[in-house]
Design a protein around this ligand. Structure first.
Ligand code: BGC
Length: 697
């Protein structure tokens, strides 16, 4: 503690000394100026060569360039190197795996529906990036899940809803940037499939872009994010990183983004500064000291200013990060935070006859499935982080019940005679056999995905569905399934199962998180950020929509807004598990008699009528006047309330003009709609507890 305080004091001294001493020849060190003014002052002093050197970086991960991306320092002016690293759910260190925390993935954090949890997630990652010497985190990932199969859905915090993304991106960015690390919101934009990502044109109209795909990026802008990454795909036949409409006009001019745009790795196709790209990553094939001479110097200065502004804003210029990539930055306390985030994001999908939480005594459990022993907790690609260790959920269950830890061999078991508890492990490779000695089966299943490819189906591979089905039909056993998945999955066996828990890609602390949840030490409060379908391609997407016609070169968004719950509502189809769904060990009563809509403020009292404390996400959906052509209902407000047993809260939401507007293509502006809006408050998109009307004149 003391040494930290001393270091901080010492740095402050250095800065202020520098600022006064250099007030004349280094005006950019004057902290009374805004970050942008400081950046502008510095750019004025830079040579052309120096400016050009900031518009590209290297990605070698060598001794000289140790990070995933590196922009050279300019020592003469005291500009430190920029050090970029993946990814959106923790520091990826391929050379020293295990030296950083494998946090829950973006989709998992999104499933918390909780700004505080998401802030802590961003903060935890930001702290580790800083301690690893990085000053830019290549995350959070925010694309909206259009296609359930997208291999990167697990990285993205938005799930299938733009408002959820818009809201949660903000605390994620703040959590990261509060640690002196520049966040990078990615991948801008419509990088919604991995199939043919390097060639596909995502053909999507302007209104759909603004209403469905831009809002999470706008959330980043509002949180003052320092950087964004343009994506591999084309949008309407123009490469994303040289698309003047999406980059220069929509992002910079309309949304007001003042930071800089770097290309995804290898996604620079031309010297597209005028179109809105600021920095080529990695390499300098296109943005280099020779080519940049052909560019208007004002554009070059603007791009450099955009890069330097967040460097001032996040303290990168004033207190250069002294840390090294070789540092081991994970810790027990970060493991605890990762566990808490996973717990807060765990979704209780089904709980027949209150099978959960499980008792801690007089219970004989069989834990089934390899996932209980070799847990998959992460997706693959640049968003992966190799943890030092993943405690097997099986061990966490044993620890919780005071049973000696069982190793992962088929059939091993242990008992705690004191509490009359026995735990047995079965890897699930054979049929259940004699189950007389158990009363509960906990079935662990997983499926993962990775960057660079989509999932070919939404099932559990390797005989896991068969395993659950086989155990599902065993009489005399209560069955609970624990699913770790990178997005939506099919659960054809659910009618035979009593309880289902879902934790998406839960990160390294999954074992203790799930044991705490199974036995009620943590009360699940996550909600589905995306719809779970009954069958493959339930939304009847055509090949033209996904993965695209012309050898997958053209994916056309003819469904406009109607994917995810917007599709299910429009077609009146009951999904398997709806958007926003998630149960609790508490019960929450929405008192319809207290429901009110005054001007733009919607209120309702919600009481925890259960016997344990719990978190409830109160959700507000808006239905637009029919003339608007908008979907039946759209999320426009949510808040997670933590309530003691018996406690009541007045949930309150105030709708803004933007919430009641559609994107008007003719004027390129939001247009407030007039008429009767339907206002719904509920515990999911399909469990509405109160409905009313709001008249907008
Ligand atoms: C990914 C980015 C990542 C970059 C650097 C690309 O393949 O799409 O998300 O940040 O690589 O590793």
């Amino acid at each position: 503690m003391i040494s930290k305080a001393l270091t901080a004091a010492c740095c402050l001294l250095v800065v202020s000394a520098d600022a006064t001493q250099t007030g004349l020849d280094k005006p950019w060190m004057d902290t009374a100026l805004s970050p942008k003014q400081r950046a502008q002052a510095l750019v004025e002093k830079m040579t052309y060569e120096e400016k050009a050197s900031m518009l590209h970086g290297y990605g070698a991960q060598t001794d000289d360039w140790p990070y995933v991306g590196n922009v050279a320092a300019i020592d003469r002016l005291g500009i430190p190197a920029l050090r970029y690293n993946d990814g959106p759910q923790g520091f990826r260190d391929d050379k020293l795996p295990g030296t950083s925390t494998a946090w829950p993935s973006g989709l998992t954090a999104g499933a918390s529906w909780d700004k505080h949890t998401v802030y802590n997630w961003g903060k935890g990652m930001g702290v580790e990036f800083y301690k690893k010497g990085a000053n830019v985190q290549l995350g959070p990932g925010v694309c909206v899940a259009r296609v359930p199969h997208n291999g990167r859905n697990f990285e993205y915090i938005s799930g299938e809803d733009p408002f959820l993304g818009y809201t949660l991106v903000q605390p994620a960015v703040k959590g990261i940037q509060d640690q002196g690390v520049i966040a990078n919101v990615k991948h801008y934009v419509n990088n919604n499939q991995e199939t043919n990502r390097n060639s596909v044109s995502e053909n999507v109209d302007e209104r759909t872009r603004f209403e469905m795909y831009y809002p999470p990026f706008k959330g980043g802008v509002e949180a003052n994010v320092g950087s964004m990454m343009c994506s591999y795909n084309k949008i309407n036949h123009v490469w994303s990183c040289e698309n003047p409409e999406t980059l220069r006009r929509d992002l910079k001019e309309v949304m007001g983004f003042e930071g800089y745009v770097m290309s995804d790795w290898g996604a620079t196709h031309s010297l597209s500064i005028a179109e809105g790209l600021d920095q080529e990553m990695p390499g300098n094939e296109t943005f280099n000291r020779i080519s940049l001479k052909s560019v208007d110097p004002k554009l070059v200065a603007d791009s450099v200013t955009r890069i330097l502004t967040p460097m001032f804003q996040m303290g990168v210029m004033d207190t250069p990060n002294p840390n090294k990539i070789s540092n081991n930055v994970t810790s027990d306390s970060h493991n605890d935070i990762a566990r808490e985030i996973s717990q807060n994001s765990t979704i209780l999908l089904q709980n027949e006859n209150d099978v959960l939480p499980l008792a801690k005594d007089n219970i004989r459990i069989v834990v089934v499935g390899d996932q209980a022993w070799n847990a998959v907790v992460h997706g693959g690609g640049s968003g992966s982080v190799t943890p030092a260790w993943v405690k097997p959920p099986l061990w966490s269950i044993c620890d919780k019940l005071g049973v000696e830890r069982i190793n992962g061999e088929n059939g091993a078991s242990g008992c705690n005679a004191g509490s009359k508890v026995c735990v047995t492990y079965d890897d699930g490779s054979k049929s259940p056999g004699n189950t007389d000695k158990y009363d509960h089966a906990i079935l662990f299943v997983q499926t993962s995905s990775h960057e660079g490819g989509d999932r070919t189906n939404l099932s559990f591979a390797g005989g896991q569905d068969e395993m659950v089905s086989a155990w599902g039909v065993v009489d005399g056993l209560k069955k609970v399934v624990v699913m770790s998945t990178p997005g939506a999955v099919l659960t054809p066996w659910s009618k035979d199962i009593d309880g289902i828990l879902l934790n998406f890609m839960p990160g390294q602390a999954m074992g203790d998180a799930i044991a705490n949840t199974l036995f009620g030490d943590s009360n699940p409060s996550g909600k589905l950020p995306l719809t779970f379908p009954n069958e493959e391609n339930e939304q009847r997407m055509t090949i033209s929509q996904y993965p695209g016609l012309d050898n997958g070169e053209n994916a056309t968004y003819s469904e406009t807004f109607f994917f995810g719950y917007r599709w299910y509502d429009k077609h009146n189809v009951q999904p398997k598990f709806p958007f926003g769904h998630g149960l609790s060990y508490s019960k929450f009563l929405y008192d319809a008699s207290t429901f009110s809509i005054k001007d733009r403020t919607v209120e309702i009292d919600v009481k925890n009528v259960g016997s344990v404390p719990g978190g409830e996400v109160v959700q507000l959906y808006v239905g637009f006047p029919s003339s608007s052509g908008e979907p039946v209902r759209q999320l426009k407000g949510f808040e997670k309330y933590l309530l003691e047993a018996g406690e009541t809260v007045t949930a309150s939401f105030t709708l803004t003009d933007r919430d009641l507007s559609i994107w008007d293509v003719a004027s390129h502006k939001w247009a407030l709609q007039k008429g009767e809006f339907t206002i719904e408050v509920g515990t999911s998109s399909r469990a509405i507890r109160a409905t009313g009307l709001l008249e907008q004149k």
